[in-house]
Design a protein around this ligand. Structure first.
Ligand SMILES: [Zn+2]
Ligand SMILES: [Zn+2]
Length: 279
């Protein structure tokens, strides 16, 4: 299995590698910039070099980027749409410079313009980015969402439709967040539930698209459409789903990332819980 965590990159991107190594991660996820701000200073050449050196010297494989929280590539508001595209372009360019293969992003919110409008807007945003950004090896991982408010991505069909309407379907993969799909109404509590959910994923999107997991238990309840993460085994999903994913040979090469609460103090515990579930 390829197991890791979302880690802090505060103080410089190279610190994310150090934080991942301390947790014995095989892979990590990071924010390339403050997730709550539109503007960001790019890292200096010195920081980029430190990052490269630290990564090369470490056993960490993929370093996955998570898009910022403000981003809404489906927005009906011109100003937000343009800012979202601009910052996403900057992230793609930086990912290219740093040799990072994946950027995970949520599908955004249609803000009462309707799902069809939002999905079309999103598809156009990605094609705009693919045609205007020189980052040919960067894959966009569309993340399944809990579907709060008017957020898109709470059903597998939304992800399929965005990939299907793009002129560049080969540029997409999917990141499945266990907490989000559970809150959205895909059950995972028993092995039979896991079978059903992954069969549906395979039928609608295709398991070859599944290129990352976010392993989070859920404080939110089944079908609540609420996004609240919980420590592994302590939430409403429970340990069975995580044991299922960790021991399924179809997912042996897929990065598994925790985004559980209190990352500074509890990541070690949550990773240990997962390692014990691997038989
Ligand atoms: Zn996410
Ligand atoms: Zn979440």
């Amino acid at each position: 299995m390829i197991l890791g965590a979302h880690v802090s990159a505060s103080g410089g991107l190279h610190n994310a590698i150090k934080n991942g190594e301390e947790l014995h991660c095989d892979t990590i996820q990071i924010f390339l910039r403050n997730p709550n701000r539109w503007q960001a200073k790019p890292p200096t050449a010195a920081i980029i070099e430190k990052f490269r050196d630290a990564w090369t010297a470490s056993p960490i494989g993929d370093v996955i980027v998570h898009d910022i929280h403000l981003s809404n590539l489906a927005s009906p508001k011109t100003e937000v749409l343009e800012k979202s595209r601009q910052q996403f372009q900057e992230q793609m360019e930086l990912a290219h410079v740093l040799d990072l293969r994946y950027i995970v992003t949520h599908l955004g919110a249609h803000l009462n313009e309707g799902e069809a409008f939002g999905l079309k807007q999103l598809g156009e945003s990605f094609d705009f980015l693919f045609e205007n950004v020189e980052a040919p090896d960067v894959t966009i991982l569309l993340e399944t969402t809990a579907g709060q408010g008017t957020n898109l991505g709470y059903c597998f069909e939304h992800l399929r439709d965005v990939i299907g309407m793009s002129k560049y379907p080969e540029r997409f993969g999917v990141c499945l967040d266990t907490c989000h799909v559970f809150a959205a109404g895909y059950d995972l509590r028993t092995e039979a539930d896991c079978e059903t959910t992954f069969n549906r994923f395979d039928d609608i999107i295709g398991l070859t698209r599944l290129q990352a997991f976010h392993l989070n238990d859920a404080k939110s309840t089944y079908q609540s459409r609420v996004d609240r993460h919980e420590h592994i085994g302590d939430g409403n999903i429970g340990a069975t789903a995580f044991a299922y994913i960790l021991n399924d040979s179809r997912f042996a090469e897929v990065p598994l990332i925790i985004e559980t609460p209190q990352m500074e103090t509890m990541h070690e515990t949550n990773l240990a819980t997962l390692r014990k579930l691997k038989s």
